[in-house]
Design a protein around this ligand. Sequence first.
Ligand code: PNS
Length: 162
Amino acid sequence: MGKRTAIYPGSYDPLTNGHIDIIERGLDLFDKIIVTALKNPGKTYLFTLEERMAIMEETFKGRENIEIDYFEGLLADYLERKNTFTVVRGLRAISDFEIEFQMALMNRSINDKIETIFLVPSISYSFLSSKLVKEIYKFGGEIKSMVPDIVDKKLKEKYSKK
Ligand code: PNS
């Protein structure tokens, strides 16, 4: 039987412990997870694509079943290029459901082979988001329990440069 691979797309600006939790849960179900960061020239990120990817490379160093990649344009086209049609997404709350449901159906309408699997994070990460992490950090709050150490370090560098 071929190895089962799933794609976990996202912005990852930056990676949080919530994403890591979903990846580890995903690896209970799949042999390999490809974590792929969106490169959207129309969007303003705090971290560049290179920085977002470097954080993930560092976090998952030595993990052969986790691949870090990026994509530009439609996720459906990326899945086609990878010849992998299983997408993993985390569902934190009902509020995530609407947009996720819409994206899953839109992706499937583009390509019927695309299947989206929703994983639920640990309750302790259910309120976590990259956006809130950045906001809390910016206003001097404590985020150490929410992100890997490297993200805490990179946020410090980022804001000291500003
Ligand atoms: O971490 P995010 O921001 O919730 O991830 C959203 C992402 C990157 C998965 C989504 O915006 C996406 O797939 N964008 C690529 C463009 C695309 O395919 N759009 C149509 C999907 S319905």
